[in-house]
Design a protein. Structure first.
Lengths: 156, 156
DNA sequence: CTCAGTGCAAAGGATTTGCATGCCG
DNA sequence: CGGCATGCAAATCCTTTGCACTGAG
């Protein structure tokens, strides 16, 4: 899937498109795309930024904590959602590629906030190349990479 | 590259050098470089790879769990040790730069193992430049970056 | 002497799980 | 119907903390 064929966030069709893609991916793995999972995805798509579990439940109190965790787990395993481990308190979750454009994170080590950042595509290509070379030299099967900038945000 | 000024791991002087650097850094922050902390560092330097707390305690049973955690915390705050959050069970710890040459990680999402990898310095420079540009555009104070390759290791 | 550091045991807290029930296919 | 999915409450388990004691300066 190429970036320009993805509806931009906020687009009326964005959610529908996302639901379609997720539905088919779950189906392929013999999982159901239930209303609870749909709500979960909707909350995350609308937030447009990485959320913790408390964030998610606060955004939609109908979601039960344990089910949310279980569903996040299913969606992460299915490659639909990505888990971001900051080490401070809660993990953060966000839609995975290609539902979201490839990007990285700027993480505040004081308050734990996370912001998305985008690298120049030339740099991104070089990194990709480097990593895949390294992986193949080590018999490692790459799935994705993460590049995080840690430091202090404007507010801290 | 300043790598050649750092004794290589295994070098007789390596540990002495590391202890000196850490000692002065702790002193600057009004912390003592006690024998417990020294042992902790020694275990990690000898392992030469990221370790979890159980790894550390297993390697030196004299180390008490709570003290090890507390000392890791002190050393992390002092910038001597780096904490790696994989999200699976235990956090991993390793000596920070410049005690260890700048590097990144290959993380197995199945078994949680972590291996060090080194990027081509040209790529590394470009990434650095990109990130610092982005940081300054956002009023973010960068401290360090992490670049992890996630996938399945040879054994999984 | 003083106060940071230590070790034990207990607490804390994010995440997971057991179990009975609901619902999709 | 059969089995995945759900929700509540309880359990799990990594990590942190309280407290009394020890050791370095």
């Amino acid at each position: 899937m190429t970036a320009e064929s993805l509806p931009v966030p906020g687009d009326k069709d964005h959610l529908a498109e996302i639901h379609l893609q997720i539905g088919s991916r779950l189906a392929r793995q013999e999982h159901r795309y239930t209303s609870g999972r749909r709500q979960l995805v909707e909350v995350m798509a609308q937030a447009g930024q990485p959320m913790t579990l408390p964030d998610i439940v606060a955004a939609d109190p109908n979601l039960a904590q344990s089910s949310a965790y279980r569903n996040l787990d299913v969606l992460v395993r299915s490659g639909v959602i990505r888990r971001i481990n900051t080490g401070s308190d809660h993990a953060h979750f966000e839609l995975a590629e290609p539902l979201l454009r490839h990007h990285h994170h700027m993480i505040c080590i004081r308050c734990g906030s996370i912001e998305d950042i985008h690298l120049d595509s030339k740099v991104e290509l070089m990194v990709d190349k480097s990593l895949s070379d390294i992986a193949s030299q080590n018999g490692f099967t790459p799935i994705h990479h993460s590049l995080d900038l840690h430091g202090h945000c404007v507010d801290c």
